[in-house]
Design a binder for this molecule. Structure first.
Ligand code: 13P
Ligand code: SF4
Length: 307
């Protein structure tokens, strides 16, 4: 009861300041429950990029991780992009640097270069086109004339896409440490416990996990599936925060996590208090330097053109 009351005051203050600053609050599907509940827009990386590119707000408060806020800054260089906790990064995005990518490009000079949105702005400045888990298959299909394709940094998403488009890709040895905690034995165990349930997993999971699932979907793809499929019980193989939105939007259905271990600590750094301080102090700003922003924007815009 006490917690509810504190949250109510905090939420009122956040909403009041948000109006005063003409700010919009964008929230990723993995954020903690209370932060999800104050979102103007909640979604996956693709939806949040699209929303950022179209917003009329002066200030974007990005509740997610750094590469997401950077993508908003790349798309809207004239807006003030703020993160409530500047330390929220993505370990997978840190698995490839701009220099490492330059070396890889030299080894494959004819290759078209695709990077998952989970990369730094510097890496995006070196690529031909970006993709998210929601459009990776479409992006690779749009490159049918490419002699070779480099795909960085997620080897598991890259492997998944290559099976969908039936062509091999030059992969990097990156992966998401959170999704790597989801194992095929978890599917076996949960299918036994819930024999009627469907299993959905994120394409950042390892190939042997995806193989045993019914569907591999982006986080917002999971929301659509939960709403539209006839399944009344769904086992969910992704970061734990996803369950809040799924349960909230589908109170009549039952959702079970594949693994309780799949928690992204970076996604949990943002709290309601930090959102309030962020609007009070107008920090922490995420600003991509202009030379990088211009180059990276070409790759992100090209992605947004792919339907
Ligand atoms: P989505 O684009 O599917 O939300 O994924 C982002 C992410 O970081 C998954 O780990
Ligand atoms: Fe990065 Fe994985 Fe966390 Fe997503 S869940 S932000 S890919 S570490």
């Amino acid at each position: 009861m006490q917690k509810l009351k504190i949250n109510k005051n905090l939420v009122e203050k956040i909403l009041e300041l948000k109006r005063k600053r003409n700010a919009v609050i964008l929230v990723h599907n993995y954020q903690i429950d209370e932060v999800q509940d104050i979102a103007d827009y909640i979604g996956d990386s693709l939806e949040l990029s699209r929303t950022a590119s179209k917003t009329n707000a002066d200030v974007i408060v990005f509740c997610g991780v750094r590469f997401m806020a950077e993508t908003a800054s790349i798309l809207c260089p004239d807006k003030l992009v703020l993160m409530p906790d500047i330390n929220a990064g993505c370990p997978m995005a840190d698995m490839i640097t701009r220099n490492e990518l330059k070396v890889l490009k030299k080894e494959h000079p004819r290759a078209t270069v695709v990077a998952y949105v989970n990369t730094s702005a510097e890496v995006k400045a070196e690529i031909d086109i970006c993709c998210t888990s929601g459009n990776a298959v479409k992006v690779i299909k749009s490159l049918k004339d490419a002699a070779e394709i480099i795909f960085v940094p997620d080897k598991y998403l890259g492997h998944y896409v290559s099976t969908k488009v039936n062509r091999s890709l030059i992969l990097w040895d990156g992966y998401c440490p959170v999704h790597a905690k989801i194992l095929s034995e978890h599917i076996t165990r949960q299918r036994k416990a819930h024999p009627e349930a469907k299993v959905i997993v994120h394409p950042e999971c390892a190939p042997q996990v995806i193989k045993l699932a019914d569907e591999a979907l982006s986080t917002s793809g999971m929301c659509k599936y939960a709403k539209l499929s006839g399944a009344s019980e769904i086992i969910v193989g992704t970061e734990h925060g996803m369950l809040h939105r799924l349960r909230k939007e589908n109170p009549e259905k039952r959702f079970y996590p594949l693994s309780e271990q799949a928690v992204c600590n970076d996604m949990k750094l943002t709290t309601l208090e930090k959102v309030l301080w962020c609007l009070e102090d107008m920090k922490y700003e995420v600003k991509v330097p202009e030379d990088i922003q211009i180059k990276a924007k070409r790759a992100v815009d090209r992605m947004l053109e792919v339907l």
